[in-house]
Design a protein around this ligand. Structure first.
Ligand code: FAD
Ligand code: NAD
Length: 468
């Protein structure tokens, strides 16, 4: 029987990063993945393919809506070839997954294909199809089994017309009318993809705002911009049934006043969150406790109720984000190597890759109010930047929240072109506990979108933004 210092179950951005870090630290490492490609949700049906579709559809939108104003004339009609677009997306996915396999080989990590299932706390059975199971022994194990789309109890996902993000990345036609249940990250990113490609898109959201966990100013601005792009929104709507009749999908919901509203479309994307995935893991055989929300229970070292078993990523508490999973993978590897790593969960940034992009780190204004912390706000609109006018990306703003007494930055919230990249500066600043004035005094290249970060910091520092 093969023996390992550490076995990792699941090869998503949590699992494969953990494997590399364990190998770097000299551990004999195995990774077990039930699918034939490595990379998990993120690489196969999540971050990478969704961004590939967002980029392709963005090019198309630019071509049909913005080329002309830039003085670019395209003879003939510009058309979408969805099959080719999805083919390109798949090529990007394939290359990226192959890259992870390369990294496993490079780091001498043994890869096992099959479902990993605990026999006990030190033995894992790996089962592939109808073949004979194979058992390995591991001193330590990291559970990185991720998550799957969740749904509402009365919805039957038929994977054809009533779909999750996984099927939405593989459609054979552009929907005429896509009804999106859930105005969170997936609903808005994929909703925008199909809106750009020509679908009518109607979002039905339970809460009174979209992206409800982010700062309310971002929800408001993003909805304003998406409305300009003709996405329709129905907030404070409680969906109560989703039915398919032939090629039609009928969604019924109660609005804020309790009146029944009906939406008819040809596709319904259900994007109401994801659930931690532990099916087939046989966690109880290893003494690993699962909490009442289906998550693997962990302590601050990400150790489960079995002392030699750890868990990371979407399958445990916290934000379901690839970079959070990766940081946790690194942390556990370093804990196993006797180091004392640390993650500041307050400084894990969140990004929505719509255009304009939305990005945030730290506390929201609502959270500061609730905690009774006195703060000041500095905000700067993108439209006041030369760079924004040059590229005609005028929507959005950068907002900084800083401690009223000490000026320490407590939160950064931004919406605009390239916000996904701009947020890195905010993370660095907050990691070093910078004040708004620190950022205000740093030189930012001109002309860039990053100047909005400096200007927002200036606005927070004695209200002295320069260009507004
Ligand atoms: P996963 O990536 O889910 O990987 C778990 C792996 O474990 C899977 O490959 C699974 O097959 C395997 N597995 C499960 N059980 C077993 C078993 N018993 N035996 C063997 N293998 C098993 N996050 C971002 O940060 N940025 C984004 O832009 C982003 N976009 C997204 C877009 C979409 C459409 C979706 C759905 C998600 C997106 N996410 C994004 C979220 C991100 O994909 C997840 O947070 C991330 O993949 C979690 O990583 P993980 O390693 O915990 O789990
Ligand atoms: P989400 O939590 O972002 O959004 C779900 C939305 O559905 C929320 O707005 C919620 O209020 C709403 N909702 C819940 N129940 C509802 C109901 N009954 N009726 C109507 N609306 C309802 O979840 P998601 O968009 O499905 O994404 C799942 C996970 O994947 C997220 O945790 C996210 O972190 C991750 N993800 C991240 C990215 C990114 O980082 N850019 C992209 C896609 C997915």
């Amino acid at each position: 029987m093969s023996q390992y210092d550490v076995a990792i179950i699941g090869s998503g951005p949590g699992g494969y990063v953990a494997a590399i870090r364990c190998a770097q630290l000299g551990m004999k490492t195995a990774i077990i993945e039930k699918y034939s490609t490595l990379g998990g949700t993120c690489l196969n049906v999540g971050c990478i393919p969704s961004k590939a579709m967002l980029d392709s559809s963005h090019h198309y939108e630019d071509a049909i809506k913005h080329f002309e104003e830039h003085g670019i004339e395209v003879p003939g009609e510009i058309k979408v070839n969805l099959e080719k677009m999805i083919g390109r997306k798949q090529a990007v996915v394939d290359q990226t997954c192959a890259g992870v396999k390369f990294l496993m080989d490079k780091n001498k990590i043994d890869v096992f294909e099959g479902i990993g299932s605990f026999k006990n706390a030190t033995h894992i059975e790996i089962k592939k199809g109808k073949g004979k199971p194979h058992t390995i022994e591991a001193k330590n194990t990291i559970i990185a089994t991720g998550s799957k789309p969740s749904t509402l109890p009365f919805i039957k996902i038929d994977k054809e017309r009533i779909i999750t993000s996984t099927e939405a990345l593989e459609l054979k036609e552009i929907p005429k009318h896509m009804i999106v249940i859930g105005g969170g990250v997936i609903g808005l990113e994929l909703g925008q993809v199909y809106k750009r490609l020509g679908a009518e898109v109607t979002v039905v959201e339970y809460m009174d705002r979209i992206i409800p966990t982010m700062d309310a100013a971002l929800s408001k601005e993003l909805m304003k911009v998406l409305k300009k792009q003709k996405v329709k929104f129905n907030l404070s709507h409680k969906v109560k049934s989703v039915e398919r009749k032939g090629n039609e999908v009928i969604v019924k919901a109660d609005d804020k006043k309790g009146r029944e509203v009906e939406f008819k479309g040809d596709y319904c994307l259900v994007s109401v969150g994801r659930r931690p995935y532990t099916d087939g893991l046989n966690a109880e055989a290893a003494g690993v406790k699962i909490d009442d929300r289906g998550r693997v229970e962990v302590n601050e070292h990400l150790q489960t109720s079995a002392s030699n078993i750890y868990a990371i990523g979407d399958v445990i508490k916290g934000a379901m984000l690839a970079h959070k999973a990766g940081e946790e993978g690194t942390l556990v590897a370093e804990v196993l190597a006797g180091q004392k790593p640390h993650i500041d969960y307050n400084l894990i940034p969140g990004v929505v890759y719509t255009w304009p992009e939305v990005a945030a780190v730290g506390k929201t204004e609502e959270e500061l109010k609730e905690a009774g912390i006195e703060y000041k706000v500095g905000q700067f609109p993108m439209r006041a930047l030369g760079r924004a006018r040059a590229s005609m990306d005028l929507d959005g703003f950068v907002k900084i929240l800083a401690d009223k007494a000490t000026d320490e930055i407590l939160g950064f919230h931004m919406i605009g072109a390239r916000a996904a990249d701009l947020i890195a500066e905010a993370v660095v600043a907050m990691e070093y506990r910078a004040s708004a004035e620190d950022i205000a005094r740093m030189s930012h290249a001109h002309p860039t979108f990053a100047e909005a970060v400096k200007e927002a910091a200036l606005a927070a520092t004695e209200n002295r933004a320069l260009h507004i």
